[in-house]
Write a new protein. Structure first.
Length: 173
């Protein structure tokens, strides 16, 4: 069980970091350029910004580069079942940001406003897309996915409460 926890968290760290960083950036330029979809609702909303999207990818990738740097040192104590590469960290980080955009797009289609809770979608969109993207180049154990499906909503909710407490978000979800 410890192998599942270590490998799955080591894998997903760039996506987690990419997903949380845009909240800290507070971008000003909406990635949808304030355009409406054919249903009259915004494509994505003001919460999805150009600055947030690209800073998320960059931050997730920087954290992934740190992981790549640390792999040989940690490898003296623990052997990972995969090794991060530049491709895995970029796919995880970009996949997380694209997943978040798609989650926002879906929320707008259901008429949910920015910040409105969408359980499951809010917690898993970024993870599902990042894992799907990285699965193109590495094999992902089913047990890792199951563990991440369980732990990610818990971590997502906890981090949102933390960021809300720091007054970096308007709502605790």
């Amino acid at each position: 069980m410890l192998d599942i926890i270590i490998n799955s968290l080591w894998l997903i760290i760039p996506a987690y970091c990419a997903n949380i960083f845009p909240v800290l950036v507070k971008g000003k330029y909406p990635i949808d350029f304030k355009k409406d979809f054919v249903d009259g609702h915004r494509l994505l909303g003001d919460g999805k910004t150009i600055e947030g999207f690209f800073s998320g990818i960059i931050f997730g990738s920087l954290i992934g580069l740190l992981q790549i740097y640390l792999q040989p040192f940690i490898g003296q104590f623990y052997i990972f079942q995969f090794q991060h590469s530049l491709f895995t960290i970029i796919l995880l980080s970009a996949g997380a940001m694209v997943g978040d955009l798609i989650g926002s797009f879906v929320k707008r289609r259901f008429g949910l406003e920015r910040g409105a809770p969408a359980p499951i979608l809010d917690q898993l969109d970024f993870m599902v897309f990042s894992l799907t993207a990285v699965s193109i180049i590495i094999s992902i154990e089913v047990s890792w996915v199951i563990f991440l499906l369980i732990i990610t909503p818990i971590l997502h909710y906890s981090s949102n409460i933390f960021v809300y407490t720091l007054k970096l978000k308007d709502r605790p979800w």
